[in-house]
Design a protein around this ligand. Structure first.
Ligand SMILES: NC(=O)c1ccc[n+]([C@@H]2O[C@H](COP(=O)([O-])OP(=O)(O)OC[C@H]3O[C@@H](n4cnc5c(N)ncnc54)[C@H](O)[C@@H]3O)[C@@H](O)[C@H]2O)c1
Length: 370
């Protein structure tokens, strides 16, 4: 198989789909790997490192996209990349179709097989390719929140940790999954006063067991959300319904009742966000104000810590990329049920139930497109 690794072109995205170590394994297995010129630069990897691992460096994305049977990348194809896709090509990356109708429609028209990192799901229900980035985004949410709470950043002028004699800041986290737990761990480590809300009682039990005393767990319901949001200095949105749009938990009216200079970090923005006033932002211009509340809604947070993120991401994605290369699409998804759940679109048809439902299109079973 010919595997293509393009240079990411999304705003301030410095990660890359595969590292030299993976190119070495693929070429040793008899595959050809094409890597776009400077694709690894943002993650500290040079063209010569890829060359030494057996990959071929390609100068033009046009040539790379035309020749590759399998594209392994990081972020959803950008409009200029969509034009380069060809029917039957496999694209293995984060897509987040539920949050972007335009991307969904243009990908459907392109005829590719879209395997989305974020919907690959293990039999135990976990999302193994979302997890490493969620760990990073959860931890980063607290760094970013702490930074934007500073006065010059338009925040309330609060130190998350407080100091002896001065109370710490209040951090409210909606969703106690991977993002939520990692954010809670960081915020608690800094000494903040943390609340996590979730609808899954078993998850709350687990968090209550493992978290330190400055983290309290609460059932996510309208009353608790209202109380905690009003009281929060830093509000972190971390909910997920796999493959579907994030549930809207905080209304514009409730944001109005928040403290001026409070900070919202809506990590769930890549699935549409869970706060009514959230809209996607970029690392170039990460924040905006609504009623004096700072909103940070960057859709690719881990891109800013690319060296850590590329390693963490490819540790998780590479085994699947290798399976697709070795077995081909049909056999790989037949033999790996987790990978099969990653297939959202195949050859112009929608095969992921939540997407068909959201965009009111017929659902085709995966078997039919194999
Ligand atoms: N912006 C970024 O750069 C970035 C990076 C990584 C992940 N994410 C996003 O962060 C979000 C969370 O990801 P995750 O890996 O933590 O997911 P997860 O599945 O591990 O956790 C989600 C949690 O939300 C809970 N939940 C669902 N509905 C809820 C509700 N109404 N109230 C409270 N809790 C509710 C679930 O019970 C679950 O515990 C996702 O949207 C993911 O795509 C964004």
């Amino acid at each position: 198989m010919i595997i293509g690794v393009p240079r990411e072109i999304k705003n301030n995205e410095y990660r890359v789909g595969l590292l030299p170590v993976h190119c070495e394994a693929l070429t040793e297995a008899g595959h050809t790997v094409l890597v776009e010129h400077r694709a690894g630069e943002g993650s500290g990897v040079l063209d010569q490192d890829y060359r030494a691992a057996g990959a071929r460096i390609v100068n033009s994305p046009r040539v790379l996209f035309r020749r590759a049977d399998l594209i392994v990348k990081v972020k959803e194809p950008q409009p200029s990349e969509i034009l380069l896709l060809h029917s039957g090509q496999i694209v293995f990356t984060y897509f987040h179709f539920a949050a972007d109708k335009k991307l969904f429609s243009s990908t459907l028209r392109s005829g590719i097989i879209a395997i989305a990192y974020e919907t690959i799901q293990s039999p135990d229900g976990s999302l193994p390719l979302l997890t490493p980035m969620s760990e990073i985004a959860g931890r980063m949410a607290v760094h970013e929140g702490a930074k934007y709470l500073e006065e010059p950043m338009k925040g309330r002028g609060l130190l998350l940790a407080g100091v002896p004699g001065v109370a710490p800041a209040k951090v409210t986290i909606l969703g106690g999954g991977i993002v939520g737990a990692n954010a809670a761990k960081m915020a608690a480590g800094l000494g903040a006063d943390v609340s996590i809300l979730d609808i899954n009682l078993n998850r709350l039990r687990y968090l209550d067991d493992v978290m330190p005393k400055n983290v309290k767990t609460l059932m996510s319901n309208a009353h608790n959300i209202r109380e905690q949001v009003r009281d929060a200095d830093l509000l972190i949105g971390a909910v997920l319904r796999p493959g579907a749009r994030a549930p809207m938990l905080v209304s514009r009216k409730l944001v109005k009742q928040m403290k001026r200079g409070a900070v919202i970090v809506d990590v769930a923005i890549d699935q549409g966000g869970c706060i009514e006033t959230s809209r996607p932002t970029t690392h170039e211009k990460p924040t905006y104000l609504v009623n004096g509340v700072v909103h940070y809604c960057v859709t690719n947070m881990p891109g800013a810590v690319a060296r850590t993120s590329t390693l963490a991401l490819t540790n998780a994605t590479f085994p699947y990329a290798m399976e697709i290369a070795q077995r081909g699409f049909a056999r790989a998804v037949r033999e790996n049920s987790a990978l099969a759940l990653g297939v959202n679109i195949a050859r112009g048809r929608v095969v992921y139930p939540d997407l068909a439902k959201q965009y009111r299109l017929p659902l085709t079973s995966l078997k039919e497109v194999l």
